[in-house]
Write a protein that binds this ligand. Structure first.
Ligand code: NAP
Length: 329
């Protein structure tokens, strides 16, 4: 409103009114001594006073948008969560979080590539048929950098391109530091941290070499932030804390390449990892979760799609904790 009024009120005739109007409530009235001709003038003044008063409350702020901001907005589609036309790799997609979230990513329109140490062809075929997308599985051990490079190259050839990566494969070991021998320690770090790094590196290199932009979502864990009890799992906690910081580091390193890198940090989720745990532990976990239940893999899908899609174009290096309030109490 001010933007409309100011040019009018800034005219020489009205300039002197402005300081008065700030002191006058819109509903109050006062007499201005005047003759018949002056009455009209007084009415105009009163109208201006009222408009000025409201103008002081309802300011119009003119926002200047830069070209790069405008470009981003122009590229955002109406359906900002759509992944149509994208090809997404999901690691650890044979089962659990990877399998379920891959189906939701397909439902959002993306073609699916599953990398897993086990043969996930049946999963890929099922997803392809159910969601009408192309889907293909590759046996890929993410701890083997040469295998990762080969699988990325093969998938890019088979699918025509690659756009998105849900970097999710991981393992957990319940062993105290003293019981955890170096082999155990290295295995957890190798899958959970090195595997995430090898995948992100090969995928990022593919995008950069092909002059493409893309998005990565790494699966960390709430164990990156807190120390779980009663189980002892220092190797897992350390590996996931490193994934969160690797995510932030990659986000900054690739910010000028148009590659966004974020992570999700699930709490206790009902999958093979948790189902195989000591039932007494599971009881204790559920008692400690404010929502009084474990999460399901389906409850992570929305966050992953958000971070993979144009809905999150200004988000990189973020870690989204999804844990039924576990870590905030
Ligand atoms: P999951 O059901 O065990 O699925 C993990 C998948 O990754 C399995 O198919 C597994 O294959 C595969 N995998 C393991 N090592 C691999 C390797 N070297 N290369 C390729 N694939 C490999 O576990 P999930 O619960 O879905 O976990 C998925 C991710 O979420 C993990 O990173 C996990 O740490 C994280 N997470 C889980 C929870 C939870 O409560 N479930 C909480 C926080 C974070 P195999 O079964 O053959 O080993």
């Amino acid at each position: 409103m001010n933007a409309v009024l100011y040019p009018f009120c800034a005219s020489p005739f009205f300039v002197w009114l402005t300081p008065i109007t700030r002191l006058v409530p819109a509903t109050s009235s006062f007499a201005i001594p005047c003759n018949k001709n002056e009455k009209k003038f007084a009415q105009i003044c009163m109208a201006s006073l009222t408009l000025q008063y409201y103008g002081a409350i309802f300011k119009v702020i003119v926002i200047k948008v830069t070209k790069s901001e405008r470009d981003v907005v122009e590229h955002m589609k109406n359906d900002i969560f759509s992944l149509k036309g994208k090809v997404c790799i999901v690691t650890g997609g044979y089962q659990g979080i990877g399998e379920t979230v891959a189906a939701y990513i397909a439902d959002a329109g993306a073609d699916i590539v599953i990398f897993d140490i086990s043969d996930a062809t049946e999963v890929a075929d099922r997803i392809g048929q159910e969601y009408g997308v192309r889907a293909k599985a590759y046996i890929c051990d993410v701890t083997k950098p040469e295998m990762v490079d080969q699988c990325i190259a093969q998938a890019a050839t088979d699918m025509g391109t690659l756009d998105l990566l849900f970097n999710n494969a991981g393992i957990c070991l319940h062993k105290s530091v003293l019981d955890c021998d170096p082999q155990d320690w290295l295995r957890v770090i190798d899958v959970n941290l090195n595997g995430v790094y090898y995948m992100a590196r090969a995928f990022g290199k593919f995008l950069i070499d092909n002059n493409k932009t893309g998005n990565i979502v790494n699966t960390a864990s709430m164990s990156a932030t807190i120390v779980n009890i009663p189980q002892r799992q220092a190797s897992y906690n350390a590996s996931k804390a490193a994934v969160v910081h690797l995510t932030k580091s990659l986000a900054v390193e690739w910010v000028d390449k148009g590659i966004r890198v974020n992570s999700i940090s699930p709490g206790y989720i009902r999958t093979a990892i948790t189902a195989g745990s000591n039932p007494e532990y599971q009881k204790l976990w559920i008692e400690s979760i404010p929502m009084k239940r474990m999460g399901t893999p389906e409850e992570l899908a929305g966050a992953v799609i958000y971070l993979l899609s144009d809905a999150s174009t200004y988000t990189s290096g973020a870690d989204l904790i999804i844990d039924g309030c576990f870590t905030i109490v």
